[in-house]
Design a protein around this ligand. Structure first.
Ligand code: AMP
Length: 214
């Protein structure tokens, strides 16, 4: 099964993906996580994407597609895309890639969350530096401030979750990623869930939606 998660930054795609990949035995493909890993390693790719990421702009489509094709060439598991595609050009590239493998997209899940809610969530998001678990200091804080419940490593605020970059990321989403809703709505595999609910409720709803389609 191949699934795409769509939604604004802060809509809960990462949290949902982490839960679903275990339950559905899928491979989690987060382009944001891939780029952050490369950034941390200071690899040539990391250096190439650094300025786009820190300013909240999108990494060029050609580069994103090239990185993913290389990473996924030998992957045989079903895929859960989180944060990709982000433009119509990336979606077209993904369609062509699946066709070349004789595969297709089974579901596109859109997490619908109001603008003011995502802006607030991004400002209070903290990420574990070890296992990458995502917290929210208001609605889902760790037991001990600044420390991951799951692995005990320190939490950090992502560079692009700082106030000045959040507005830009949300605008980029509106301009470049929202057109994907129309692209996929007509595909016959489009599903929509209210992403403003708790992570548990969102996961339950999405699992039910996926089941009803199976
Ligand atoms: P994310 O963790 O998905 O919010 O991504 C963080 C940043 O990585 C984005 O603001 C972009 O700069 C870059 N990025 C991640 N995924 C993509 C993508 N599919 N296309 C272009 N840029 C991306």
């Amino acid at each position: 099964m191949n699934i795409i998660l769509l939604g604004a930054p802060g809509s809960g795609k990462g949290t949902l993906a982490k839960g679903l990949v275990t339950k559905l035995a899928l491979f989690h493909v987060s382009t944001g996580d891939i780029f952050r890993e490369e950034l941390a390693k200071k690899s040539p790719l990391g250096q190439e994407v650094a300025s786009y990421m820190s300013s909240g702009r999108l990494v060029p489509d050609k580069l994103v597609l090239e990185v993913l094709k290389n990473r996924l060439a030998a992957e045989t598991r079903g895929l859960m895309f989180d944060g990709f595609p982000r433009t119509v050009e990336q979606a077209e590239g993904l369609d062509a890639w699946f066709t070349s493998r004789g595969q297709n997209i089974d579901a596109v899940v859109f997490l619908n969350v109001a603008d003011d809610v995502v802006a607030k969530r991004l400002g209070s998001r903290r990420t574990c530096s070890g296992c990458k678990k995502i917290y929210n200091v208001i609605s889902n804080p760790p037991a001990k401030e600044g420390v991951c419940d799951a692995c005990g490593k320190p939490l950090f605020t992502r560079e692009d979750d700082k106030a000045e970059v959040i507005a830009r990321r949300l605008q980029v989403y509106k301009d470049q990623t929202e057109p994907l809703l129309a692209y996929y709505r007509s595909s016959g595999v489009f599903l929509e869930a209210d992403g403003a609910q708790s992570p548990e409720a969102v996961e339950e709803k999405v699992l039910a939606l996926l089941k009803s389609r199976a």
